[in-house]
Structures are given as C-alpha cells and as structure tokens.
Design a protein around this ligand. Structure first.
Ligand SMILES: NC(=O)c1ccc[n+]([C@@H]2O[C@H](COP(=O)([O-])OP(=O)(O)OC[C@H]3O[C@@H](n4cnc5c(N)ncnc54)[C@H](OP(=O)(O)O)[C@@H]3O)[C@@H](O)[C@H]2O)c1
Length: 246
C-alpha cells in the first residue's frame, strides 16, 4: 500500500510536534508545517537526529495565499492527503481582558475565532477534495474539555470566553462536517488532549505533549467504519477512547 500522507498544522513545537513525531513512527509520510520556515526546518532537523524522517512545508492556516500555496505543493509533490490534524491554535488566556465576558475585547475574540475556527474551515476545505478523490481521510481536530457545553457553568475552569467559545465552534464544525461526510470513508473527530506542558499549557501542567498526542494518533489511524463526529477525552484518562458530552 502507498504510504499515508499526514499534514499536521502548527507542528514545529508543542503538541503538534509530538503528534507529527508519533505519526512518523507509524509508517506515515508526515508533513511538518509551521508559519516560520526556520521553525519548521529546525523541527525537521531535530526529528532527523532521532532518525525520524519528515517533510516540511510552510503553512499559516489564517492566510488564504499560504493555504493555497501549500495545497498546490502537496498536490504536486504527493498527489494525496490522507490525514489532517488541525492542531494549530491560539489561547489568549494570559491577556487580562480574556478573564471575563464583560471585559473581553471583541478583537481578542475575533482573532481567536480566526485561528481556532475559520482557519480550520479554510484548510479543511482545501484538503478535503484530495481525500474525496480516494474516498479515504482522517481529520482530527484538537479541542479542549473546557469547550464542553456542560462545563460552562463549572468553577473548575477559567472563564476564558474567546478560547472556550472558539473551541465550541470547532466542536460544532466537527459535528456538521461529520454529518456531511456520512457514508464515506472520511472520518472526522475532535478531542481534548488534557492540560499539557507546552508553551500554551505552561510548566505546571501534569502531562507531556507526547501523552497528549496519543489520542490524536489513535483518531488519525482509525480503521474503516471507525468513530465519526465524536468528541473524545484523552485516552489515558479512561484507558481507552471515551466520548465526552458536547
Ligand atoms: N497545552 C494545553 O494544555 C492544551 C490543552 C487543550 C488543548 N490544547 C490545544 O492543543 C493545540 C496545540 O497547543 P500547544 O499546547 O501545543 O500550544 P503551543 O505550544 O502554543 O503551539 C501552538 C502551535 O500552533 C501554531 N499556530 C498558531 N497560529 C497559527 C497559524 N495561524 N498558522 C499555523 N500555525 C499556527 C503555533 O505556531 P507559532 O509558533 O508560529 O505561533 C504552534 O506551532 C491547540 O489547538 C490548543 O488549543 C492545548
């Protein structure tokens, strides 16, 4: 069988890097992508030092031109896209305005939605025709349990309105796309990786990026007839794939 081709957005560091690294060890041709060329090349180099070979191409998911350029390159170089992991995301929780819905700047909300929701629509629309051409695709969207509607009234999480509403949008987008893909061998799911030690999660987080990547790899390699349109918790929490309430 021809090697699967996997695109991981925002994969020069953090969770995306861990997902790219683990997928590349599963006989998959991984394309590491990053906004800045030097970041992605450095990641490719780090992986190569571990004898893990990946390809690299620049990709800014908020830019029409960058996504178009990336898609043309992918089509010409590989002629296929089997796996898309929508990992790239931003979280403005450190900004004081994000502490409350009463103070949040609309510009903060707008830019967070740009990256966490609209950009996922953009790259998914671009790569989906390549999946449809071979009736095979696995799309993994990276969300958070803080986006579960049932968690909104909880005292446990920061209010973080831009971040949580944007990830709710991502969850909804996943459900709509799954409905549209019903009956095909293109499976789309969304998951919460848990709180991770990355630039976004900070050093007090309990889990490593590698631990957060496990569920993404599971969803990226689902067999035909596997889960469609589900919101999953991180697998280590329950010792297997368990759906979260929306
Ligand atoms: N860390 C956690 O505890 C946690 C928990 C739940 C969910 N998540 C989710 O996991 C995903 C990865 O987070 P992380 O912890 O690895 O964060 P991170 O270390 O901040 O990495 C985020 C990645 O997204 C990239 N990115 C941001 N905007 C982009 C754009 N317009 N185009 C392309 N790439 C872009 C960043 O690239 P640059 O370096 O160029 O900015 C970086 O590679 C996010 O979707 C996040 O919401 C994280």
């Amino acid at each position: 069988m021809t090697q699967r081709v996997a695109v991981v957005t925002g994969s020069h560091k953090g969770l995306g890097y861990a997902i790219a690294r683990q997928l590349a060890q599963k006989e998959t041709q991984v394309i590491v992508t990053s906004r800045k060329e030097q970041d992605g090349r450095a990641a490719q180099q780090r992986l190569s030092q571990e004898n893990i070979q990946v390809d690299f191409h620049p990709l800014d998911v908020t830019s029409d031109a960058s996504v178009q350029q990336f898609t043309t390159w992918l089509q010409q170089t590989y002629g296929r896209a089997d796996i898309l992991v929508n990992n790239a995301g931003i979280n403005p929780t450190a900004q004081p305005d994000e502490a409350s819905l009463l103070t949040v700047q609309l510009e903060t909300m707008r830019s967070t939605f740009e990256t966490n929701v609209l950009a996922i629509v953009r790259i998914t629309q671009a790569l989906l025709p390549l999946m449809q051409a071979q009736n095979y695709g696995r799309i993994v969207n990276v969300s958070t349990e803080m986006a579960s509607f049932t968690s909104m009234g909880s005292d446990y999480y920061p209010l973080a309105p831009s971040y949580r509403l944007s990830k709710m949008g991502l969850n909804g987008l996943t459900a709509i796309l799954a409905k549209e893909l019903q009956g095909t061998n293109i499976l789309v799911n969304v998951y919460s990786p848990g709180w991770l030690q990355t630039d976004m999660g900070g050093s007090s987080a309990p889990f490593t990026a590698d631990e957060g990547a496990e569920t993404a790899v599971y969803l990226a390699t689902l067999p035909e007839g596997g889960a469609q349109g589900k919101f999953f918790a991180e697998m280590r929490k329950f010792g297997g794939a368990v759906a979260l309430p929306w």
